[in-house]
Design a protein around this ligand. Structure first.
Ligand code: UDP
Length: 414
């Protein structure tokens, strides 16, 4: 067994790893390609950085390609993202043409691997139209949607559905997000890597360093939200909740984030956040580089409470990350946060700044509850949201697509 797999044994248990090894046998040497639109920033890149090496360790011939485009392409795909998450947005034909052309150009760039792969995982809408340029493809194509599309804006979904419907299968993170499509749909929740720099345990000294490094007060309770600067993450709502809490309990807030190269709205949202935070010495807006994984890890561990007050959320890796560190989470009552934050058990789900403030105040006053919820939160992540479970489900899906409509597949003899 490789040293990487060995390392996972200590966190996930021997049975889990043996199961992965067994599932990997029929997939040995299969060409698997993942395609998304950014190498850094956001949850998809975060997952692929970890999933791809682990698949390779299990003997799959796996690669990862990133499509690129001009600013208008990202403008268009950000509108798709916002529309799938429910905003009524019109995208002009000019931008749609840029989307289609960019996909055609990218398909030409890595046409051979797209055509030859046994399994192609296309992540989110940005590269969804690649399928149009590869008519005689060899493998199974899977559209993997990471977005909360429980209530998509229909005109945009209708446009994208024409592409998605051509795939052999699709994956959504929650049953609520599944759409009317004629191919098999799988529900697979995302995951975090317990061995990554973002999630490994850190020496107390390194955690405490964040106080001096970012000008925080080690004697004041710390609230942290880590997120791209995106309106769906509701950073302004977090500041509003913080102001309400602070009228009653002294505390400080960190909003830590960075950009993703496929997200053109980040700068404008950051400016709104800086304006809302100006003149507030206890609100710390930190713009971190994309590789600041250990810093984010330390901030999440330094926090008394982690907040993720999203108004739409495909999954919310930041929630799992905080829970893995045994922190209670006050999270928006939406999308993937609902399967992680079990209300009153691993944290609290909220809808408004007032609701968030109320729950934060409660937790700040009850250290015993914070610790109790944090312990349960870690257990929930261990059992449901680690990379090993995610990989097991991807491999099971590939085996099932390979075997078509057979209702029983014997993998022990493969
Ligand atoms: N993240 C990061 N730096 C940042 C902001 C976010 O490394 O400045 C990471 C965060 O820790 C998490 C991922 O990016 O692993 C965000 O995933 P999530 O599912 O929470 O949200 P998304 O950005 O995909 O909507």
């Amino acid at each position: 067994m490789s040293s990487l797999l060995n390392a996972y044994t200590s966190v996930a248990g021997e049975d889990v790893i043996n199961h992965l090894l067994q599932l990997s046998k029929p997939l040995a040497g299969k060409k698997v390609l993942h395609v998304n639109s950014t190498r850094e920033g956001g949850g998809v890149a975060e997952i692929l950085h970890k999933l791809v090496p682990l698949m390779a360790d299990l003997g799959l011939d796996v690669s990862w390609e990133v499509i690129t485009g001009q600013p208008d392409f990202y403008k268009c795909t950000k509108s798709f993202h916002n529309a799938l998450q429910g905003h009524r947005i019109t995208v002009g034909t000019g931008l749609l043409e840029v989307y289609e052309k960019t996909n055609r150009e990218n398909a030409e760039r890595f046409e051979d691997v797209l055509r030859e792969a046994d399994f192609v995982f296309i992540h989110d809408p940005q590269p969804a139209a690649l399928i149009d340029s590869i008519p005689n493809r060899k493998g199974k194509w899977i559209w993997r949607c990471h977005i909360d599309c429980s209530r998509p804006y229909r005109p945009i979904w209708k446009y994208l559905r024409d592409y998605c419907a051509r795939y052999d299968a699709s994956i959504f993170s929650l049953p609520d997000f599944a759409q009317r499509l004629s191919h098999p749909q799988y529900i697979i929740a995302p995951s975090i890597d317990p061995l990554s720099e973002k999630n490994i345990s850190l020496p107390a000294g390194e955690v405490n360093e964040v106080f001096s490094e970012f000008g925080l007060d080690p004697d004041l309770p710390l609230l942290v939200q880590v997120s791209r600067f995106d309106r769906f993450k509701d950073p302004l709502g977090v500041i509003e909740a913080f102001m309400q809490v602070r009228r009653h309990v002294p505390c400080q807030l960190v909003l830590a984030g960075g950009g993703a190269s496929d997200d053109p709205e980040g700068q404008a949202v950051l400016e709104e956040v800086l304006t809302a935070a100006s003149g507030e010495p206890d609100v710390h807006v930190l713009v971190l580089p994309p590789d600041a994984h250990r810093k984010i890890n330390a901030l999440q561990r330094a926090a008394d409470i982690v907040i993720q007050k999203s108004t739409r959320e495909g999954f919310g890796l930041t929630v799992s990350e905080a829970m893995w560190k045994a922190r209670p989470v006050v999270g928006g009552d939406t999308g993937g946060i609902r399967i992680q934050v079990i209300d009153h058990y691993t944290g609290f789900r909220v809808r408004t700044p007032e609701g968030a403030a109320l729950r934060i105040r409660y937790l700040l006053h009850h250290k015993d509850k914070r610790l109790e919820m944090g312990k349960r939160a870690r257990r929930l992540v261990r059992e449901n949201f680690l990379l090993t479970r995610h990989l097991r489900e991807y491999m099971a899906l590939m085996i099932s697509l390979m075997n078509g409509s057979q209702d029983r597949i014997d993998i022990s003899t493969s």
